[in-house]
Design a protein around this ligand. Structure first.
Ligand code: PGA
Ligand code: ZN
Length: 449
C-alpha cells in the first residue's frame, strides 16, 4: 500500500498573478505528486469557499497562507499514513476535518490541493499516467451505469473561447464567452489544428472590422469592442466560412452567457449593457432562441441566472430539445444542486469544475449523477489557471466527452491542450475521441442532426 508520508503546501501564483495553493503529496521512497488549485472570477454564489487571508499588507488581501497552513497543521497530522490509492477514504477524511457544508473552515483550496496531489502521487507510485489512475476511480464509481455511458478513456471535444466579454474582459460585451466547437474533427489533434486556424481567422475578421483586439481576456480569447453581442456571433460564423468550414457541419458555436453577473435578484431583471431596458427571464430566453435560429449555436451555458430556477425551466422548455444547456453557476459541480435541476427539468448538461466542490471524489460523484440523469458533462478550467493540467487527465479518465479550457493563447491554457496531445500519443493510434457525439442532442435533433 502506497502510504502518504508527507504533505508540503506553498503559496504560488495563478495566471492573474493571484496567490493560490500548491500541494506536494510525498510517499515513501520519494515518489511524489503535485497539484495547483485554480480560481474563478465569475464565481457562483453556491461554490465551495476559497479561503483567502484578507490581510491587505500582502497581495491585497488575496494571500492563501491560512489555507497553506491548514494543510500542514490540520490536514497532514490527520491523514499521513493513509493509502493514497484510497481516494474516497482520503476525501472523506478531508470533509470530516473541515466539518462545514461549504468547506469554509479549512478552505476548499486547501482540501482540493491535497485531494488532487494525492491522486497524482497514487499514479506516480504505480508508474502510470494520471488519466489511467483516474479511469480506475471512474470505473469504480460509475459501476452499474447504463452501458451506453462511455467508461473507457477517451479524448474530449474541446469548446474553445474565441471572443471574451463580461467579467473576463472588462465588460466590453455582456456575454462572457463566444466559443468554437470543431465538430467535424475526427481526432483530438485534428480538432486542435482547426481550433488554431479558427483563432487566427477570428483575429483577421476582427481586424477587418477595425476592432482588432491585440488585448485578450483572462482565458486568452480576443476582447474586442464590438457593436453588440450578436456581432460577436457573426464574427465567429464568418471566421468559420473564411476557414472553409461549413457552419453546423464542421464547426459550431457555444456560448457562456454567465448571466448571473448581470442579473439583479431583487427585481428579477437582466441588465445587459447593449439593451436599453432591463429584460425578464422570458425575454432572455427569446433572445437566445432568436440567436439560435440565426447562428450555428449548439450549446448555451448559464443562459439565465444561478438561482432563477423558473427561468431555467423556461429556457429548457423552449430550447432544451435542440440546444445543449449547461449549468455552471447553477449547479456549481454539487450533486445536491444537480439533483434539484434534474427534478424540475432545468438544463441538460453540467459544467464540472473541481474547485467549485473541493474534492476529487465529489467531482466524480457529480459526473456520475450527471451521467445517470442523462445530462452531458463538460469538464472545465477556471479563468484563473496555472501550469497544472489535472483536468485534462480528468476529462479523459472519466470519458466526459467535452472540455472547456479557454483559448489557444496563454500557457496556462496550452498546458492542458498540450497534455491532451501527450495523452493522445500515449493512447496510440486507436485512441478514442469523443467528437461531436459527446454533444447533447434533443429528441428533435439539433442543427447537428
Ligand atoms: P470563472 O469563469 O472561472 O471566472 O468562473 C469560467 C466560467 O464561467 O465558465
Ligand atoms: Zn461559466
Amino acid at each position: 500500500m502506497p502510504a502518504l508520508q508527507a504533505l508540503k503546501a506553498r503559496q504560488v501564483l495563478d495566471s492573474r498573478g493571484r496567490p493560490t495553493v500548491e500541494v506536494d503529496a510525498i510517499l515513501a521512497g520519494g515518489v511524489a505528486g503535485r497539484a495547483i488549485v485554480p480560481s474563478g472570477a465569475s464565481t457562483g454564489r453556491h461554490e465551495a469557499v476559497e479561503l483567502r487571508d484578507g490581510d491587505p499588507a500582502h497581495y491585497a488581501g488575496l494571500g492563501v497562507r491560512k489555507a497553506v497552513a491548514n494543510v500542514g497543521n490540520v490536514i497532514a497530522p490527520a491523514i499521513l499514513g493513509m493509502d493514497v490509492e484510497d481516494q474516497a477514504a482520503i476525501d472523506a477524511a478531508l470533509l470530516s476535518l473541515d466539518g462545514t457544508p461549504n468547506k469554509g473552515r479549512l478552505g476548499a483550496n486547501a482540501l482540493l490541493g491535497v485531494s488532487m496531489a494525492v491522486a497524482h502521487a497514487a499514479a506516480a507510485a504505480r508508474g502510470e499516467e494520471l488519466f489511467v489512475h483516474l479511469n480506475r476511480l471512474w470505473k469504480a464509481k460509475s459501476e452499474g451505469l447504463d452501458p451506453s455511458i462511455p467508461r473507457e478513456p477517451s479524448l474530449p471535444l474541446p469548446m474553445v473561447n474565441m471572443i471574451s466579454g463580461g467579467l473576463h474582459a472588462g465588460r466590453n460585451l455582456d456575454i462572457q464567452d463566444v466559443l468554437f466547437f470543431p465538430i467535424g474533427a475526427g481526432s483530438y489533434s485534428e480538432a486542435l489544428e482547426t481550433i488554431v486556424a479558427m483563432y487566427r481567422a477570428v483575429g483577421a475578421e476582427l481586424a477587418k472590422l477595425g476592432a482588432e483586439a491585440t488585448l485578450v481576456g483572462d482565458e486568452g480569447g480576443y476582447g474586442p469592442k464590438l457593436r453588440d453581442d450578436e456581432q460577436a456571433l457573426q464574427v465567429v460564423t464568418d471566421a468559420m466560412l473564411a476557414c472553409g468550414l461549413t457552419p453546423g457541419r464542421d464547426g459550431a458555436i457555444a456560448l457562456d452567457v454567465a448571466s448571473t453577473h448581470f442579473y439583479d435578484p431583487a427585481t428579477g431583471a437582466y441588465r445587459l449593457t447593449g439593451v436599453q431596458k432591463p429584460m425578464t427571464a422570458d425575454a432572455m430566453v427569446e433572445m437566445l432562441a432568436r440567436w439560435t435560429d440565426r447562428y450555428p449555436i449548439v450549446s448555451i451555458e448559464d443562459g439565465v441566472a444561478e438561482d432563477d430556477w423558473e427561468g431555467w425551466q423556461a429556457l429548457t422548455n423552449r430550447l432544451g430539445d435542440r440546444v445543449q444547456l449547461v449549468g455552471d453557476d447553477l449547479f456549481v459541480t454539487q450533486s445536491a444542486r444537480i439533483a434539484q435541476g434534474v427534478e424540475i427539468g432545468a438544463a441538460n448538461a453540467v459544467l464540472i469544475k473541481v474547485n467549485q466542490v473541493g474534492t476529487l471524489s465529489e467531482t466524480l460523484d457529480a459526473l456520475v449523477l450527471s451521467r445517470r440523469s442523462g445530462y452531458r458533462p463538460v469538464v472545465s478550467a477556471r479563468s484563473g489557471e496555472t501550469e497544472d493540467a489535472t483536468i485534462a487527465d480528468l476529462a479523459v479518465g472519466t470519458a466526459a466527452g467535452q472540455i472547456k479550457i479557454g483559448s489557444v493563447a496563454r500557457s496556462e491554457r496550452l498546458a492542458k491542450y498540450n497534455r491532451l496531445l501527450r495523452i493522445e500519443e500515449a493512447l496510440g493510434p486507436n485512441a478514442l475521441f469523443a467528437g461531436r457525439g459527446a454533444l447533447w442532442r434533443g429528441k428533435s435533433g439539433s442543427i447537428l442532426a
